[in-house]
Design a protein around this ligand. Sequence first.
Ligand code: TXA
Ligand code: MG
Length: 348
Amino acid sequence: MADAPPLNTQIIFASRDRKRAVEEAAKTILAGDIAVLPTETVYGLAANALDGQAVQKVFAAKGRPQDNPLIVHIAEISMLDDVARDIPQESQALMEAFWPGPLSIVFKKNLNIPDVVSAGLDTVAVRMPHNQLMLDIIKKSGVPVAAPSANRSGRPSPTTAQHAAEDLLGRVPLIIDGGSCSVGVESTVLDMTGDTPLILRPGSITPGMIEKTIGKVDLHPAVLQGLRQGEQAQSPGMKYRHYAPNAAIFVFEGNKKTIAKNINARYDYYNEKSQNPVVFCAQECAPFYAGKETCVLGASHDEIMCSLFARLRQADDIGYGVILFHYTEEMGLAVKNRILRAAEGAAK
Ligand code: TXA
Ligand code: MG
């Protein structure tokens, strides 16, 4: 299908005029249009979740496969019943502990929610974001807001309004710039519709944190591996290529010194072949790669999560041919899942 002619994209900086940012965003959503909005995790591309035609525009602007459902964002607990039904009792403790915040919970869907939002599933993922600007916009609009990450499908999620603009300028009427996202990876997705709570996507809210609140949770096996041939994706997002940079990515994990030796050898090999290699690592590992092209992601777990997507985008801008990724335990499950996905999708 031919692309629609480019739209005039209005960008509003919330730091300059917060009131106008909230009003314009709410107006756009209520008019059945779409807008890029900040959340604490990543920027989202938002539409009125009760308006199927508006939600359809989100899929079109992103180039998102129709069978990948969206997360619905609410600003108050009273909005939950409009979105979901049969809320299990244990979820109460989860919502109290982690909302507002980066935890999306999969519930049975309320029939108010059009099929396009949930890609025809009878469930819906819901979260109450922590970002105050986003909360104010949802409250002002008075409707639940469906919003996937505001990237073109297959690109790293945007953690700044500039990233979202790189992907969506001319494809959306409005971008609200609310500054950099504080978390930097997308929310944890937890399915509460089965016998045991199941993590479908890891995020900054870890399995340990969830277990402290509700007891045992399972981790879907696809979180740390690709789907096996013929296996049905429980979270449709699992089966799509994600975060695919132009560079080939190789992930190394294990004893730090052994890995460093391997990475250094691989680096020299690619360098000799003029393939522009770069090493991605945590601050503590940077000394292993002195004199080499390195991208230090940060010193702490939180810093590394926060910078990962921006660094992947930057790697494309710089034109690296090969990313040698030194994974360390401290980086955590969310980073591991995203980088394995990126490696899967990357050009090899
Ligand atoms: O942090 C976030 O979650 C961001 C911000 C904007 O809130 N949103 C986000 O949305 O990452 P998206 O669409 O990029 O990812 C949503 C993920 C996908 O993997 C999708 O398959 C899964 O959630 N998902 C949505 N609804 C689902 C459902 N009913 N059952 C299982 N998985 C679902
Ligand atoms: Mg996404």
